[in-house]
Design a protein around this ligand. Structure first.
Ligand SMILES: Nc1ncnc2c1ncn2[C@@H]1O[C@H](COP(=O)(O)OP(=O)(O)OP(=O)(O)O)[C@@H](O)[C@H]1O
Length: 634
């Protein structure tokens, strides 16, 4: 090793320490994946160099044959993975091998339990990477020099994975990165060249540049000098997506997915397509089976790996898919863009827009196909359903296609699981039913217990039970499905149309008349709180409920917007009272009684509670209830 000019000790960022600990403990039963991860990084480094060299060929320093070498050393007990890719500067090393820049990491790591099985699943959401080296090594050394930098700007990094690392500068004539793993005593199997070869073939066959390793020395003939072993290429070295679909096994697709995504679990599904004609591209899109921990972080990396004419251009090209499909992973390789395309150009390029439209259709196609398999689709829905619900607002053109893919909890299943499609619902609609009904609340339990459902239960009409934060937003952009309007049961006057017969309607009008005095009295008492008061025909068991006026913002959306600090115009709900309820009937006997006043307040406050709202004056409510209870027990 060359003379080290200067070394210092540095602490890992806390998150790195936690992650390292987790990695080693939870991934032990899959320890061999470290090799895939390091080869993956080396291949990314080669991609990055070829890309930069498009502009500046000197970066190759006369050595344009990009390779990865695997070097087991039995004597030293080390396994070295070496590449002549882009390499790292000192700053790169500190940033990449000492910190984790993804926001939300700290919160994510807090969820780790020490339970190996659970944690290994969680780590899949994070993405395994360089640090997986510590699963098999008790000391890792990195020698790296950035392409284009002087030989004197070599960087040395070493760590035992225990909380700190050494950092030094040294002379490195060779550009690229060399990672030396000092294998733990019981991991020496990874020095065995047969084992290494089979791992590379299994996990990294499709890596687009050659992975080289010394072959076995050929047995020497009698009286001859022993032959030196020769370097052999041990992978196929053809980018997977350039191969023909029929030649690729499911296992190869899955392995490539893991190489691409650093995910630990299999993909749920994928679609590989070559398109020639107006557009000319190959795409390989994957649907993961597990959401990354930062799915809702605005700055989280997303998008596809972009290649132009087989040349890697960039990671995380986010212009090829809409936000609501940000969970898709994959590769797009196109001949329609120029090699010097930049992120800025991608943003307003017409070809990119066409590619985006095509890839959006493909992704929705994957989902549609998957939806035939209920079990798998449930996995997808649980992980990504709430993201897909952003679709109708973002992508007007594909609104119908997205709507078909949505799943809901409903009164029909009596289950919190979101499994009912709008098509299922429509197929079960009652004779004369023209609308799709839904109720929104802040939890499934509150939705299922909403007083607004009473008349629907009585008539056996199914209602969608919505309780995801995004649901009201979704509904405001969906408005109809299959020609049937979507209707909030807590909004506006309830018109059940043909679901009610003439006799029922007549009876309602009659009761309304009998309750005029009471509704007027209540309107006076609650003048500050409600817009108006009327008799209800949607209740059977509850004395009253609150209804949002037809064009007002719904209660759920209002709470979300207010929590986000938005000032909204004040709006008051409508109070509906149930003329079938004995309490209301009693009030109707003496509308102006002092006791009626207390009852009015209580049923109003209860209606707020049932709708998921809090009370304006909880102490007064408790006092009123206690007063009534006392009267009762007197
Ligand atoms: N062989 C290498 N050559 C150059 N840079 C490397 C190499 N290995 C790792 N790096 C750098 O270190 C970073 C961190 O690697 P790590 O594998 O931990 O993260 P990652 O999540 O896998 O990142 P990515 O998904 O971009 O590969 C990489 O993104 C890369 O910038």
């Amino acid at each position: 090793m060359a003379e080290m000019a200067h070394t210092e000790k540095r602490e890992f960022q806390t998150e790195v320490k936690q992650l390292l600990h987790l990695m080693v403990h939870s991934l032990y039963s899959n320890k061999e994946i470290f090799l895939r991860e390091l080869i993956s990084n080396a291949s990314d480094a080669a991609d990055k160099l070829s890309f930069l060299a498009l502009q500046d060929n000197d970066l190759f320093e006369g050595d344009g044959e990009l390779r990865i070498w695997i070097e087991p050393d039995h004597e030293a007990g080390t396994l070295t993975i070496r590449d002549n890719g882009i390499g790292m500067s000192r700053d790169d090393v500190v940033a990449n091998l000492g910190t984790i820049a993804r926001s939300g990491t700290a919160e994510f790591l807090k969820q780790l339990s020490g339970d190996q099985k659970k944690d290994s699943r969680l780590i899949g959401q994070f993405g395994v990477g360089f640090y997986s080296a510590f699963i098999v090594a008790n000391r890792v050394e990195v020698f790296t020099r950035k392409a284009g930098a002087a030989a004197s700007e070599g960087v040395y990094w070493a760590s035992e994975g225990d909380g700190e690392f050494e950092l030094g500068t040294l002379e490195l004539p060779q550009r690229g990165t060399r990672i030396v793993l000092h294998l733990r005593d019981d991991e020496k199997e990874f020095l065995d060249s047969w084992r290494l070869k089979s791992l590379v073939r299994k996990y990294s066959d499709h890596v687009a540049i050659p992975v080289m390793m010394l072959g076995e020395p050929a047995p020497a003939e009698e009286g001859e000098e022993p032959k030196q072993p020769e370097l052999e290429q041990i992978n196929a070295a053809t980018a997977l997506w350039t191969r023909s679909k029929s030649d690729i096994s499911d296992e190869e697709y899955q392995d490539f997915y893991k190489h691409l995504s650093h995910d630990f679990s299999d993909a749920l599904s994928w679609s590989h397509n070559r398109v020639e004609g107006k557009l000319d591209y190959t795409s390989l899109l994957y649907l993961p089976s597990k959401a990354p921990f930062d799915l809702y972080q605005r700055e989280a990396p997303r998008g596809l790996k972009l290649y132009v004419q087989r040349v890697f251009i960039m990671d995380d090209a986010e212009q090829f898919l809409p936000l609501y499909l940000r969970f898709m992973k994959g590769v797009i390789d196109t001949n329609d863009l120029s090699l010097n395309v930049s992120r800025e150009i991608l943003q307003n390029d017409r070809t990119v827009a066409s590619l985006k439209a095509a890839l959006t259709k493909r992704s929705l196609g994957i989902l549609e196909k998957l939806s035939a398999d209920e079990e798998k689709y449930a996995v997808f829905w649980k992980e990504f359903g709430a993201v897909l619900k952003e679709g109708p607002a973002e992508d007007f053109a594909n609104r119908e296609a997205v709507a078909k893919l949505l799943r809901f909890a409903t009164t029909h299943t009596g289950d919190e699981a979101q499994t009912v499609s709008l098509a299922d619902y429509v197929a079960r609609m009652k004779e004369g039913q023209t609308a799709i009904y839904y109720v929104v609340a802040d939890s499934h339990r509150n939705a299922a217990g909403s007083p607004h459902l009473e008349v629907f239960r009585k008539k056996g009409i199914e209602v969608l039970l919505l309780s995801d934060r995004i649901d009201e937003w979704l509904m405001s952009h969906l408005s109809e499905f299959d020609g049937k309007p979507l209707q909030d049961v807590a909004r506006g006057a309830l018109d059940l149309g043909e679901l009610e017969d003439e006799a029922e309607k007549k009876a309602h009008e009659e009761t309304d008349k009998q309750y005029t005095a009471l509704t007027e009295e209540i309107a006076k008492i609650l003048a500050a709180d409600v817009e108006s008061v009327r008799t209800s025909h949607r209740l059977t068991d509850s004395p009253a409920c609150l209804v949002v006026a037809e064009h007002d913002i719904g209660a759920q959306m209002r709470r979300i917007l207010e929590a986000a600090g938005q000032e909204l115009p004040a709006s008051k709900p409508i109070l509906e009272i149930n003329p079938e309820h004995p309490l209301v009937q009693r009030m109707n006997e003496a509308p102006t009684d002092a006791r009626t006043r207390d009852l009015v307040m209580v049923i109003y406050e209860q209606a707020r509670l049932a709708g998921g709202d809090s009370l304006q004056d909880a102490a007064a409510y408790v006092q009123r209830i206690n007063k009534l209870l006392l009267e009762l027990s007197a």
